[in-house]
Design a protein around this ligand. Structure first.
Ligand code: SF4
Ligand code: SF4
Length: 187
């Protein structure tokens, strides 16, 4: 069955993160800074792992609200590696291509340009006024550096993703960032 692999990997997370020791005391949720402004309930995530509930990976977005502050993990009375479990669950979600749209957009942007935030027109204008090149000398503006960055992403991030799930297709970044890094006066 298609879900058996995922079920086994969640069972592995349960074991590696010591989740079976959880007594559902709720201290992790109580200390979590993301609990109030979001749907994340660390105790419920831990419970899902205990139950082998695959929807925590396939259908829910709450694990993406975690700030990875490690408060829950530090304060768990049973030594459950809550944050680590969430990070592993995220890895499973990414491998399945299931992550929230804003993360997809951020991944696409950093994959295409090397920057998570595109340089806004106003910032480029100020750079020009300061006689700086309109675009900074980052990998987004050096095709060789960007190709090297893509190879790094392949190895570190997208190794397990099918090519069609990778959020870039080797686009020419100059189409994204604006052709030409011609500077302002004096550059
Ligand atoms: S603090 Fe630890 S024992 Fe308590 S609910 Fe969270 S993971 Fe379980
Ligand atoms: S690591 Fe994540 S789940 Fe744990 S307290 Fe911080 S934000 Fe909450």
């Amino acid at each position: 069955m298609a879900g058996e692999g995922l079920r086994a990997r969640i069972a592995s997370i349960l074991e590696r993160a010591g989740v079976d020791a959880c007594i559902q005391c709720g201290r992790c949720t109580a200390t979590c800074p993301a609990a109030l402004p979001s749907s994340l309930r660390a105790r419920e995530v831990v419970r899902a792992v205990q139950d082998g509930d695959m929807t925590v990976v396939t259908d829910r977005d709450d694990i993406w609200h975690c700030t990875t502050c490690f408060s829950c993990q530090e304060r768990c009375p049973k030594g459950v590696q809550v944050t680590q479990a969430i990070l592993w669950l995220r890895g499973e979600a990414v491998a399945l291509g299931h992550y929230p749209a804003p993360h997809t957009a951020a991944l696409a942007e950093i994959s295409r340009t090397g920057n998570v935030f595109p340089l806004e027109a106003e910032i480029r204008a100020v750079r020009g006024q300061l006689s700086l090149p309109l675009d900074p000398p980052d990998c987004a503006h050096d095709p060789e550096e960007l190709a090297a960055f893509h190879r790094l992403l392949e190895v570190l991030v997208f190794e397990d993703l099918a090519p069609e799930r990778r959020p870039y297709a080797g686009e020419d970044t100059r189409e994204v960032t604006g052709e030409g890094s011609e500077g302002g006066e004096g550059s």
